[in-house]
Design a protein around this ligand. Sequence first.
Ligand code: C5P
Length: 218
Amino acid sequence: APVPVVAIDGPSASGKGTVAARVAEALGYHYLDSGSLYRLVALAAMRAGVPLDDEGRVAREAARLDVRFEGARVWLSGEDVTDLIREEICSVGASRVAALPAVRDALLDRQRDFRRAPGLVAEGRDIGSVIFPDASPKFFLTASVEVRAERRYKQLMEKGLPAKLESLSKDLAERDARDAARTVAPLKKLPDAVLLETSDSGVEEAVAFVLNEVGRAP
Ligand code: C5P
């Protein structure tokens, strides 16, 4: 039987990262945070002086990305960039390079390599649609822009990173619009995805809900 994949897609700061990591831990599955790959590509390109709209050159950076994941930390060419890739400049950069089809293609196999026994929990925007269309179950996790901006604000504060609630909210809305409007792999809920609205519920509840659905998956 194929290695099972649980897909969790949704907009930025919807809580999908936390939920996916917790579900993976509970199931003893591997975990893929696909958004981190786009953040890493943006960082690598900016450092190489590559304009973020130069599709060919950004795709080449994506193909040769030297990345290592270890627990919750990520290294780019031997440097721990875990906190750096969470900064707004990388968030904005990620959503720009993610709109380039050649960049998405260059990251396809890298993402599929995460599918290893006993299973994988993968989160992003196109996990259920493009990367692992045979994933089961699939979820679309979302929350209002206000709630998501506040969550991101708290996360950044806890890490001692600079942030302004107002600009976070504006950036999130802009990124959502860009992610939903692009022609390749736009952000949208699939007909076969379970909608999970987390504006009023905590992470705990969402984790329990997902685990319950996984138990029922065919
Ligand atoms: O999930 P996260 O906020 O880290 O993703 C950063 C950006 O990467 C998103 O705004 C989106 O443009 C892009 N992304 C994507 N497809 C994915 C994951 C992330 O296009 N599977």
